[in-house]
Design a protein around this ligand. Structure first.
Ligand code: AMP
Length: 278
């Protein structure tokens, strides 16, 4: 049975007698197949698996997005139990940020473009909460989805710079049969928007195909993504990017690993996706 814990003290006590190594899976809840794949990998590689469920107010740059974020803790606990997770830590806000809390972890250049530019303060919120979770859990390994590729890079940078002893493991993006990356936010899509949403993956796949055929111009691949997206009237494109796979600087010419990524709105719902070229 999965143990559901609320306070730092309960977590500390449970971890004191936990079998090592410990694998950590941080989430915002509303668990789905993407989260399940992280839990399975954590369970396969560790003796104890800890899942955190915390809708972190500091990583939402818009209050309406935070309010609207889907929540169903009872269902989440059932899923964690189903995946044989040992511990779910689902704290109230004051257990993560006690009164007087006044520190921000702010990662540099890699947090600047793309999601960092589109969502000011987002990665400060992510880095700060993940630093706290790493400190509280003291896991040997922590698992993150490649679906949020820049997030993985930001957390890797933070863990390296702050000499945090938890290894950061990136796991492949889990998709619906039609290619749509699974996301908690997909629940907000109307039927028409859901039908249109696989255009993100089609745009990325079209650009990847061109890259595989030898195209190395960043602008040509950005144009290819826009060409596919423009045919979908419900898709409101926020950005398309062809960036260096290490620095995330936009590329004129692809001469090494590159990240194709995009952010597209369908009504009030904002979706992101990416493909790594290497
Ligand atoms: P979230 O609850 O959306 O913050 O996601 C928690 C973790 O699950 C993050 O590391 C995400 O990157 C990862 N994740 C979310 N969706 C997927 C997916 N479709 N495939 C793989 N990992 C995912």
């Amino acid at each position: 049975m999965t143990r559901v814990l609320r306070t730092r003290e309960e977590l500390r006590a449970a971890l004191a007698s936990a079998e090592r190594p410990v694998g950590l899976v941080p989430t915002l809840g509303w668990l789905h197949e993407g989260h399940r794949s992280l839990m399975r990998q954590a369970r396969a590689e560790n003796s104890t698996t800890v899942v955190t469920i915390f809708v972190n107010p500091r990583q939402f740059n818009r209050p309406d997005d935070f309010e609207r974020y889907p929540r169903n803790e009872a269902r989440d606990i059932g899923i964690a139990d189903d995946e044989a997770v040992d511990i779910v830590w689902a704290p109230p806000v004051e257990e993560v940020y006690p009164p007087g809390f006044d520190t921000t972890v702010s990662v540099g250049a890699v947090a600047g473009p793309l999601e960092g530019a589109a969502r000011p303060g987002h990665f400060d919120g992510v880095a700060t909460v993940v630093a706290i979770l790493f400190a509280l859990v003291g896991a040997e390994r922590a698992y993150f989805g490649q679906k949020d590729a820049q997030q993985v890079m930001v957390i890797r940078q933070m863990a390296r710079d702050l000499a945090l002893p938890t290894a950061v493991i990136a796991c492949p993006t889990v998709r619906e049969p039609d290619g749509l990356a699974i996301s908690s936010r997909n629940v907000h899509l109307s039927a028409a928007e859901r039908a249109a949403a696989p255009v993100l993956h089609r745009a990325l796949a079209a650009a990847r195909d061109q890259w595989e055929a030898g195209e190395r111009s960043g602008e040509a691949l950005r144009a290819e993504m826009r060409r596919v997206l423009v045919d979908e009237p419900l898709a409101d494109v926020e950005y398309v990017s062809v960036a260096d796979g290490v620095t995330l600087r936009e590329l004129a010419v692809i001469d090494g690993p590159a990240l194709l990524s995009l952010a597209v709105r369908f009504g009030a719902t904002r979706l992101i996706d990416n493909v790594l070229l290497e």
